[in-house]
Design a protein around this ligand. Structure first.
Ligand code: SAM
Length: 335
């Protein structure tokens, strides 16, 4: 390999000149000895001293998980790889099919090669379960930890991926809601988790948000997260069951119900909380062949029982959940 050889003290100036000429090779590393620096070059430029050296090829960062594993897994195994995964702060959470279980660590190491910011890789070893909606995880590579700092929509959040629900896949939805909120609103952020919905809203708007969460770990992280961000609005964290807490809250302009599994059991509380003309954001999981009928029927039944009129103002898919099932949202006004 051809190198331009320069005295150490001239290295930075020479590097700039070579870069200007466009002759530096990016496949080889710059080398040094006690007195000289050696820049790898595609050809020897005029006016520079060039020498031949054996040289070391730079290790190129693979662009994708598949590329990082292409020499380590068979084609069959590569086909089975689940290539979509969440990165929350510096923690990646992956799923490994049973057939690749003995390759889990290899896959985790490959993720850390592709995503240099990832310091821990956790494997999801079961589905989300229980009322707290958390999944069992185990660390399979990197630092043994479950707590990280995640940034989204201008806010910072401390997240415990093992003990409290959090999904980065809802960031667009959080922005959609925050964009609708006006200064002065009173909001009930039910099922608040570590606080992402209330924080993203209160960062932008001068509002009062009651953020209700049952899981004590999620609640205490939410308390920290409120302190960690400079907010325009006020977020009042409340630990407890929506069934009980809702009765104590004032009437609201907006009620958020991000509990797609089982949220229907709290429609009565949400509708009662809404001021006349107030809006409720109701989330559900629904099959792709009939996304909205079931959720809308549930809303109408409860509203009828309570003697309230509802107007559906928007319905949309939030994100895919599993094959042929989506998370959806219905925005409705209550009169
Ligand atoms: C799907 S998570 C959503 C969390 C958060 N909004 C987010 O987007 O990250 C639902 C949350 O509701 C909480 N939860 C479940 N049942 C509850 C109840 N009856 N009262 C208050 N919170 C509850 C769970 O602990 C969980 O944190």
């Amino acid at each position: 390999m051809m190198y331009v050889k320069v005295k150490k003290e001239l290295a930075e100036r020479t590097r700039k000149e070579l870069a200007k000429l466009g002759v530096i090779s990016d496949e080889y590393a710059v080398e040094k000895d006690e007195n000289f620096v050696y820049f790898p070059v595609k050809s020897c430029p005029q006016g520079f001293e060039c020498v031949e050296r054996e040289g070391k090829r730079k290790e190129r960062k693979p662009h994708s998980l598949r590329e990082a594993l292409k020499d380590k897994l068979t084609n069959d195994e590569l086909e089975q790889l689940i290539t979509s995964f969440d990165i929350i702060g510096d923690i990646a959470i992956i799923q490994v099919p049973e057939s690749l279980e003995d390759k889990a660590e290899l896959i985790a190491q490959a993720i850390m090669k592709v995503h240099k910011n990832v310091k821990t890789v956790c494997q999801k070893v079961g589905p989300r379960q229980g009322i707290f909606r958390v999944a069992p995880l185990k660390v399979i590579a990197g630092e043994r930890k479950f707590v990280t700092i995640y940034k989204e929509n201008g806010v910072k959040m401390k997240v415990d991926v093992l003990r409290a629900y959090f999904s980065p896949r809802l960031s667009t939805e959080r922005k959609r809601i925050a964009d609708q909120v006006k200064d002065g609103e009173v909001i009930a952020a039910l099922f608040a988790g570590v606080g992402p919905f209330p924080l993203v809203i209160a960062k932008r708007r001068n509002v009062k948000i009651f953020a209700v969460e049952l899981n004590p770990y999620a609640y205490s992280l939410m308390v920290e997260n409120i302190k960690m961000n400079a907010l325009k609005g006020e977020v009042i964290p409340i630990q407890g069951d929506v069934k009980e807490v809702a009765r104590e809250l004032p009437k609201c302009d907006r009620v958020l119900m991000p509990l797609p599994k089982g949220g229907e059991d709290f429609l009565e509380e949400a509708i009662n909380l809404a001021k006349p003309g107030g809006i409720v954001h109701f989330y559900q999981f629904a099959p792709e062949d009939d996304l909205y009928s079931d959720a809308e029927n549930k809303i109408k039944l409860v509203a009828e029982k309570l003697g309230r009129r509802v107007e559906i103002v928007n319905r949309k898919v939030v994100r895919p959940h599993k094959p042929r099932v989506y998370q959806i949202v219905i925005d409705f006004r209550v009169y």
